[in-house]
Design a protein. Structure first.
Length: 174
């Protein structure tokens, strides 16, 4: 039920071959469901494994610099074929990237995460993960590109590995 883990050699080969943007090694190998509208049974055709998107590759690079090695395309659910883009199974922290959220503003077709049915499917998957004890962090291109996503992931994973929780407290004036 686990995804594949990139080794340091995988990262290095990917960086040399692609200049750090595309063409990461195929490390997936877990078929995903396709077809079927919301509420209908899904066809069980296996898709060809895909390499990471440019956004996933960018976040993977940031995390590698921080010495964080997530599982990629991790199957977290015991019955469904759902996968998390990045996962730290030891502390049940998952990361989902929503890359096509600004597509319509740029004059291109909206990505899956920007359409109603795609968003509903995302809600179902993320809520199921929460029910199984996972924290699922969700980011778009601005958070990944600025480095904000990697910094937050590092804080949360580090705290959970130390058995701590992150809590922000502030005084609220009455």
């Amino acid at each position: 039920m686990s995804g594949a883990r990139w080794t340091e050699a995988d990262y290095e080969a990917w960086r040399r071959r692609s200049g750090g943007t595309v063409g990461a090694p195929d490390v997936h190998g877990v078929p995903s469901p396709s077809g079927g509208a919301h509420g209908e049974p899904k066809a069980r055709r296996a898709k060809a494994p895909r390499g990471p998107s440019a956004l996933e590759a960018e976040l993977a690079g940031h995390l590698a610099v921080m010495q964080l090695r997530p599982e990629l395309e991790y199957r977290f659910h015991p019955e469904r074929r759902w996968r998390l883009d990045f996962a730290f199974p030891d502390v049940r922290v998952g990361v989902e990237l929503d890359g096509g959220i600004f597509a319509a503003e740029n004059g291109t077709e909206a990505g899956r995460h920007a359409r109603g049915a795609g968003r509903v499917a995302d809600y179902e998957k993320r809520n199921a993960a929460a029910e199984l004890g996972w924290i699922v962090l969700c980011y778009g291109p601005p958070q990944v590109r600025s480095g904000e996503a990697a910094l937050q992931i590092e804080r949360i994973v580090t705290a959970r590995r130390a058995g701590e929780t992150l809590a922000l407290t502030r005084e609220i004036d009455g």
